[in-house]
Ligand binder design. Structure first.
Ligand code: PMP
Ligand code: GLU
Length: 401
């Protein structure tokens, strides 16, 4: 008989599925900041892409009550009926397109899983998917895992690094199958206007592309929620709308998101999910149900958090203006995107050089722009206390200005 040692002669080699996969850079930097803090180093964490607030008490209480009442078992893969209905109702209150049925809603383990379901169900070998750059790190990897090709479409620095319909049209080929939209945008905080969305959606419609609209930051916008594709779209035939409770309700750890898509797409994504994770955690579904069906308490809680983000943004932006740092005007999410090319002249990845310098020498954690396809920039999250934001941004200015 072979011994274990002889039967496994070589070291682990990742399969072709994951050979090119990179760890999430955003999560990696956030983990490093947490480690340093655990070692007692007073790191100012402006890397984390999550609200620093606790989940509102009425949501926590609803979740605790649900557990007491037995929400401890599997649910339908697609989610509990009441939550699917609440998601459809909320979307229908804003939608110009045909009414959304609960059967078109799939509840997932975070909007991240909803996005993965969509990429995996819609795209495959030979397909190209347009991704506005800078764009959130996981889109590129999800498209790659679906064995499709992500095609980066660079945003215009004079236009908040947003892309236009013309930019997308220029990068399209006969292989283009879809486009990913994300407004408010991670990492820039830029918000697409209704007109900008309309122009892009018209192009996608004319070309027969799928649109995946990631609106996870929609309610985190100043002064009011950002325009949604539902505000402008007449037909949802080729739309997968993705949203969740993580950012607006400070519920990142509950892992609860969803997609709204035509029935056939939803059924396929549900079948995929049924083999991978099954239902999102039952307790989290009940927590989300409270968030979506108790509008007075929700509006008050979200409003208070968004006001706090707005105040921090204003303070940070004022400091950056005084410091002469170039950045994208942020109208939503809780990120600032700073151009640091001049601070590391000649460096191919100035963002990484500066991010390392900030962490090692000034104990400020930020995310290098290479994670989002633009290496000359850094992302600064202001989902931290006002004092931390002020102190962190002052150190950043001292380093890059
Ligand atoms: N989309 C974007 C743009 C994000 O920044 C994030 C942050 N994690 C997600 C989706 C995923 O969020 P979650 O899975 O926590 O709902
Ligand atoms: N989306 C957040 C970020 O960009 C959380 C981390 C992640 O899931 O990527 O930092």
């Amino acid at each position: 008989m072979l011994s274990a040692a002889t039967s496994t002669p070589s070291a682990f080699a990742p399969s072709a599925n994951v050979a090119r996969l990179q760890e999430s850079a955003t999560l990696a930097v956030a983990a490093r900041a947490r480690e340093l803090r655990a070692e007692g180093r007073p790191v100012i964490d402006l890397a984390a892409g999550e609200p620093d607030f606790d989940t509102p008490p009425f949501i926590r209480a609803a979740a605790a009550a649900a557990v007491e009442q037995g929400a401890t078992r599997y649910t339908a893969t697609e989610g509990i009926p009441a939550l699917r209905r609440a998601i459809a109702d909320e979307a229908n209150r804003r939608s110009r397109a045909t009414a959304i049925a609960p059967e078109e809603v799939l509840v997932s383990t975070g909007s991240k899983q909803a996005l993965f379901n969509a990429c995996f169900a819609l795209f495959g070998p030979g397909d190209e998917v347009l991704v506005p750059v800078p764009g959130w790190v996981s889109y590129f990897e999800m498209i790659m895992l679906a064995r499709a090709d992500a095609v980066s479409v660079m945003g215009d620095p004079s236009h908040g690094l947003k892309v236009t319909a013309d930019d997308l049209a220029r990068r399209a080929t006969p292989r283009t199958r879809g486009v990913i939209l994300n407004s408010p945008t991670n990492p820039t905080g830029a918000v697409y206007s209704a007109d900008e969305l309309r122009a892009i959606l018209e192009l996608a419609d004319a070309r027969g592309w799928w649109v995946i609209a990631d609106e996870i930051y929609r309610r985190v916008a100043y002064p009011s929620p950002a325009p949604s594709v539902l505000d402008v779209l007449e037909s949802r035939e080729r739309l997968v709308l993705v949203d969740g409770v993580a950012k607006a309700f400070a519920m990142t750890g509950w892992r609860l998101g969803w997609s709204v898509a035509p029935r056939a797409v939803t059924a396929t994504m549900a079948a995929l999910q049924s083999h991978v994770t099954s239902n999102a955690a039952a307790v989290s579904q009940h927590a989300a149900l409270a968030a979506l069906t108790r509008p007075e308490e929700s509006d008050a809680a979200v409003g208070a958090m968004v006001s706090a983000f707005a105040e921090r943004r204003d303070v940070a932006v004022r400091l950056l203006d005084q410091g002469g740092v170039r950045y994208v005007r942020p109208d939503g999410a809780f990120y600032l995107y700073l151009d640091v090319a001049h601070a590391a002249p000649g460096a191919e990845d100035a963002g990484a050089v500066i991010a390392r310098r900030l962490l090692d020498e000034h104990l400020v954690a930020v995310v290098p722009g290479s994670a989002f396809g633009t290496p000359q920039w850094i992302r600064v999250s202001y989902a931290a206390s006002l004092d931390q934001v002020r102190a962190g941004v002052e150190r950043i200015i001292a380093t890059v200005a």
